[in-house]
Design a protein around this ligand. Structure first.
Ligand code: NAI
Ligand code: CS2
Length: 488
């Protein structure tokens, strides 16, 4: 079978310019999803192109991706990234991946042992918000999570990402090996601190010595990651195949923009990612907060309200002047005031986000971004609302975003077409929707303390504003409610 590794690729397709035989699995990455392929792996490939070296990546997928990984092996771990916007496209073959393992193909024991190889210096993660098994409202490890319940009973044969890392660290300690850096690259606030706390919490239940060893020797840098990478579709794969002359099932398509802000705290070395454009800083928090609230907050706003209005993609929403204006007002009037970043002009930032969201070549589905809302609401909208409740600001667009989520997960759009609910809290949410009438839907959903905490449902101002937005959505539809807000 022909693959990108076996055919002569067109000259315009960029290929690795370094000796791939030098690579070793010094980075083990959990979550071989679309984002990692177009972000961390691509930037590592850029560094290798600039200075060579041995910083190869071992890709691991726990719960899915066996077919993808089979294909990756067949094409010698090479895959394609296409960067595109209105101005054109660029096609790059990434060569940084050295090997890959999948639970179904290779088994969990082989995966855990991979983390224990002496050369492993970094374990990076893109496992989605829900992969951390934390309570989204508190950021604490969720001890009732089925995977964590399992790992507490069988810590040496873990299933959850935090459980696997604790077992790997325990084995490294027992074998006299140094620990590694755990590098979370997911869109969660304080991602370094969150994964650190989850790991230490689990380790504590095994032994105090192990907990102290991890605490004193491992590191958990925070990161802000940014690049819009939609889920691949058959159309994108066909377009890339027509450029390369051969099919690549692992290919991804993305925007040209890329940003990675990393806390420079690595216990066993790292690739010189700054050569590839990464910003190495002492404090990531202001960057992360800016990105989560401005970019992701408005992404979710457009996904829920745009989905209700029948828009398929974010670019479709941006074509609608009302949605575009609402997104800019949400960012500048309600998210920007809550931020503490000093070095960025937020007005320029919001305009650049509007331009990126308008990229018509991306086909980023509102349905994809609307997924897992329970894991996204706190950092994208609710924490900003808390800020306004403390400081007395106005937050009508944020309220519409929260009510938009409530209406989206209620199951149908403004024309009555079904909207699918995909969320780790699906069972609970569906039961609350089924048991409540539209009149008491807001109060029913506010009982989800995993999302709203204990404080917001108790706050009369919060309940009033969200209920007002909910009623506007029920009465006028998403587009009508936005129009009323904009026109005062
Ligand atoms: P994807 O759906 O292509 O890949 C998700 C990966 O996470 C898969 O490898 C899957 O096996 C793994 N996973 C899912 N649930 C898991 C669990 N419970 N435990 C362990 N692994 C689990 O998604 P994609 O696009 O790669 O995004 C992943 C994450 O990357 C996002 O949730 C977000 O936090 C972050 N991100 C994504 C961006 C994007 O535009 N796609 C941009 C910035 C960050
Ligand atoms: C999106 C993000 O799927 C989502 O929830 O908001 O994945 C978004 O595309 C990235 O964070 C952009 O960096």
């Amino acid at each position: 079978m022909k693959t990108i590794a076996s055919v002569q690729l067109p000259a315009a397709v960029r290929q690795p310019q370094y000796d791939r035989n030098q690579l070793r699995s010094r980075i083990v990455h959990l979550g071989f999803g679309a984002f990692h392929r177009a972000h961390q792996a691509l930037l590592t490939d850029r560094v290798l192109n600039l200075k060579g070296g041995d910083w190869g990546i071992c890709e691991i997928s726990l719960f899915s991706g066996d077919k993808l990984m089979q294909a990756l092996c067949e094409q010698k771990h090479l895959y394609t990234v296409q960067e595109k916007d209105r101005a054109g496209s660029k096609t790059i073959i990434v060569g940084a991946v050295h090997e890959c393992l999948n639970t179904k193909l290779d088994g969990m024991p082989a995966i855990i042992e991979k983390f224990c190889e002496p050369q492993v210096a970094i374990v990076s993660l893109t496992i989605t918000e829900k992969g951390y098994c934390i309570d989204a409202a508190t950021g604490q490890l969720d001890l009732t999570h089925p995977l964590i319940v399992h790992d507490l009973q069988q810590p040496e044969a873990p299933h959850s990402a935090p459980g696997i890392l604790v077992e790997a660290l325990a084995r490294r300690r027992a074998r006299g090996l140094a620990p590694f850096t755990v590098l979370s690259c997911d869109n969660i606030p304080d991602n370094g601190a969150i994964v650190r706390r989850a790991i230490l919490d689990l380790a504590k239940r095994r032994s105090a010595d192990l907990t102290d060893w991890i605490h004193d020797n491992a590191s958990f840098p925070a990161t802000m990651v940014d690049r819009i990478v939609p889920a691949t579709t058959p159309d994108t794969l066909a377009e890339i195949a027509s450029i390369c002359g051969v099919n690549d099932p692992c290919a991804v398509s993305t925007e040209p923009y890329i940003q990675w802000v990393i806390e420079d705290n690595f216990v066993a070395g790292r690739p010189a990612w700054e050569l590839a454009g990464a910003q190495m800083v002492a404090d990531v928090a202001p960057w992360e907060q800016m990105k989560l609230r401005m970019l992701n907050g408005s992404h979710s706003f457009l996904a829920w309200l745009g989905g209700l209005a029948g828009y398929q993609t974010i670019a479709d929403c941006m074509e609608d002047a009302l949605f575009r204006q609402a997104m800019l007002r949400l960012m500048m009037n309600e998210q920007a005031p809550t931020l503490s970043i000093a070095d960025v002009n937020l007005s320029d930032y919001s305009q650049s986000l509007a331009a990126r969201f308008s990229n018509p070549t991306l086909q980023h589905l509102t349905q994809q971004i609307a997924t897992d809302g329970s894991q996204k609401l706190p950092q994208r909208m609710l924490n900003s609302i808390r800020w306004h409740l403390r400081h007395g600001g106005e937050w009508h667009y944020l309220a519409l975003g929260v009510a938009g989520w409530m209406r989206y997960i209620s199951g149908s759009d403004d024309d009555g077409n079904p909207l699918e609910l995909r969320d780790p809290l699906k069972e609970k949410i569906s039961a609350l929707v089924a048991e409540s009438s539209p009149e008491n839907r807001v109060s029913a959903l506010l009982t989800l303390c995993e999302i709203f905490g204990d404080d917001l449902p108790e706050n009369a101002g919060f309940v009033r504003e969200v209920t007002h937005a909910w009623r506007a959505l029920c009465q006028y539809g998403a587009r009508g409610a936005i129009a009323r807000l904009i026109n005062g």
